[in-house]
Design a protein around this ligand. Structure first.
Ligand code: GLU
Length: 152
């Protein structure tokens, strides 16, 4: 469990989030990532390692945005790696999620989502949650929530 920083406003968002992530470095972490929105599209940049490594990886890239979320990860589900770093996108690319902590029932949820056709590109519990939210957005019927996921 490590750090989350978010910014929305009139200033450049990425440098503010980067500064916040650096302030949280003392807590310890294994990877770093940010998501920004440009022209209505989510862009994700993430790296195993220190905030400085992400900073270096995006040199020369257009990071202009007024919305940014950032994360420093302490792996619980899946090894520290670029692909397991947060944020994670949902299958339709319209949701980005980062989170600290553990989703206890992620295995059951993942199985259900795989049956529904979702594909996963990380080993994290977080990617399961972002796709669950996408799926709920697509299937708003109340019975779905009751029957598919809340069994206990
Ligand atoms: N369980 C998540 C993961 O392993 C979040 C870890 C954290 O709290 O940084 O990616």
């Amino acid at each position: 469990m490590c750090g989350i920083v978010g910014y929305i406003g009139h200033r450049e968002a990425y440098p503010i989030v980067l500064k916040g992530l650096k302030r949280l470095e003392y807590r310890g972490y294994d990877s770093t990532g940010v998501a920004i929105i440009q022209d209505g599209q989510l862009q994700v940049h993430k790296k195993k390692g220190k905030v400085a490594e992400l900073e270096e990886a995006v040199v020369g890239k257009n990071m202009h945005s007024h919305i940014c979320i950032g994360h420093t990860r302490w792996a619980t589900h899946g090894e520290p790696s670029d692909r397991n770093a947060h944020p994670h996108l949902s299958n339709n690319g319209r949701l980005a999620m980062l989170h600290n902590g553990i989703i206890e029932n992620y295995g059951a949820l993942k199985e259900e989502l795989i049956k529904r056709g979702y594909v996963f590109s990380s080993d994290t519990d977080t990617e399961v949650l972002v796709n669950l939210i996408e799926d709920i957005q697509k299937n708003k019927e109340q019975f779905y929530l009751r029957n598919a996921y809340i069994r206990e």
